[in-house]
Design a protein around this ligand. Structure first.
Ligand code: EPU
Length: 337
């Protein structure tokens, strides 16, 4: 077990904010996690479990315990003629899992290539891209209850998945720490390539294979999204708002080019990037906080930005979008502090 005091989280958040945590604890396995959870000091402290830190905004230093898993491994636990079931340690880098699956010829997550973060957080957050969400392949999730220390295996249904949401994100539920996720992949891949410009990008490749879909997705993401290693950011800062179709049609009378995607019966999803761009923020900056010029949904740290400065810019964006369209956009990024 690794325990550090007054530890910098700069390398543990993709905005690269140089915040500190009072304690940083990294556990290697479930037994070490159990020891931490049962510790009285831990029970009294404020705690936060992080993955790759690709969806966090630290407003200030964290006066508590930041936990990080080192539980790794990708294991085939079941194999049939058609599919494989993988058990994956929560600390595996998500994109390494995708690369591994693609190299084995197992389909289902190739559209989720190049998403930063770790496997456990992917299941908590229900990451999604190019018409696929991780919930589509998740079969079970193993997790520990932080209050009762009990281990529970959640079925996909019990995870209560929704757009960028799950049981684990609901603050009213007991806090759980995900240790392993199970995903079922297809040995006879069915491709899903009709989303947006994926089809267009794929036309540059001689054929559609798991590898070319992965390459095309990576190519689109590289064009649109800043690499956190070069420019601090947390991907989409806001979620795309979902509104009733009737309301969308009314808005369309005033804003005829407002794009939308179907979001289930009677509802549509409006791209927040479009709303933000219409309010004039794209490519603009305020101090060291920028709105990415190629995708207005992404806020970037241009250098020495502080968490509260990023939050202030986010707030002015939310207000401007609300004033113009009457639509409330909610952060996808989790604020800490
Ligand atoms: N758009 C603009 N201006 C912008 C950005 C977007 O007009 O500055 C409009 C365009 O009409 C574009 C549409 O928004 O066609 C959609 O843009 P994009 O395909 O880039 O997708 P998104 O809806 O902005 C979502 C996810 C991304 C995911 C992409 C691709 C959310 C919050 N974001 O973005 O996920 O990669 O779709 O599937 O749902 C993330 O969650 O961090 C993330 C990057």
């Amino acid at each position: 077990m690794k325990i550090e005091e007054n530890y910098s989280l700069e390398k543990h958040n993709t905005f690269h904010l140089p915040v500190k945590t009072r304690w940083f604890m990294e556990y290697a396995d479930e037994e070490e996690l159990g020891r931490i959870l049962r510790d009285e000091y831990f029970q009294e402290c404020l705690s936060l479990h992080i993955g790759g830190g690709s969806n966090l905004l630290f407003i200030n230093d964290f006066n508590g315990i930041v936990l990080h898993s080192q539980i790794k491994g990708i294991f085939v636990v079941e194999e049939t003629d058609d599919s494989v079931l993988l058990r994956i340690g929560a600390a595996e880098i998500w994109d390494d899992v995708v690369a591994y699956a693609v190299s084995k010829g197992w389909g289902g997550i190739e559209n989720l290539s190049h998403i930063p973060g770790e496997a456990g957080a992917a299941a908590v957050q229900n990451i999604g891209a190019y018409g696929t969400e991780v919930k589509d392949v998740i079969e079970k999730v193993e997790a520990y209850n932080q209050l009762t220390f009990e281990k529970r295996t959640f079925t996909n249904e019990e995870c209560l998945y929704d757009y960028r949401h799950s049981f684990f994100k609901n603050e009213h539920n007991d806090p759980y720490i995900v240790t392993y996720i199970y995903i079922r992949l297809n040995k006879k891949p069915r491709f899903s390539v009709n989303y947006g410009n994926l089809k267009e990008e794929l036309s540059k490749y001689p054929e559609i294979t798991l590898q070319t879909v992965r390459d095309a997705v990576i190519s689109i993401r590289r064009q649109k999204l800043p690499d956190p290693k070069e420019l601090g950011n947390a991907g989409s800062f806001f979620m795309n708002p979902v509104i009733p179709v009737g309301r969308y049609e009314k808005l369309k009378e005033r804003f005829s080019d407002m794009p939308s995607y179907s979001a289930g019966e009677g509802k549509v999803k409006v791209p927040a990037g479009w709303l933000i761009e219409q309010c004039g923020f794209r490519g603009k900056s305020h101090g060291a906080v920028g709105v990415y010029e190629k995708q207005a949904l992404v806020l970037v740290n241009l250098g020495e930005a502080k968490g509260h400065e990023i939050a202030l810019v986010a707030e002015s964006i939310r207000t401007a979008v609300y004033d113009r369209f009457g639509i409330e956009i909610m952060p996808e990024v989790k604020y800490v502090g």
